[in-house]
Design a protein around this ligand. Structure first.
Ligand SMILES: [Zn+2]
Length: 100
């Protein structure tokens, strides 16, 4: 029997849409309890995914979805820092994709 190779799919905690893992941005909680954006998607730790879209991140943060997904309590400072990290990650992936 032939197996179909499917790309892994993850669900955005912001809008609830499922998408190809590669089109989502991973937010990871490390073993130290530090929450950070993980552009590689490979950092060890508990992860949550959002679309590569600032709006989804903001929706997720506002609804405290990261808190339940990552079992942490994010402070406003953390959310601000993650938003900046995400913006940076999005800029980086845009320029690599479009050669800007
Ligand atoms: Zn989304």
């Amino acid at each position: 029997m032939k197996r179909v190779r499917k790309a892994p799919v993850r669900t955005c905690v912001g809008c609830g849409r499922s998408d190809d893992k590669r089109d989502l941005v991973r937010v990871v909680r490390t073993a130290e309890g530090h929450v950070t954006v993980d552009p590689t998607g490979k950092s060890p730790g508990r992860g949550a995914y959002v679309c590569a879209d600032q709006a989804c991140f903001e929706a997720a943060a506002r609804k405290r979805r990261f808190d339940s997904a990552l079992r942490v309590r994010l402070m406003d400072d953390d959310t601000d820092r993650l938003a900046r990290e995400l913006a940076h990650a999005l800029t980086a992936s845009d320029s690599s994709r479009q050669g800007r």
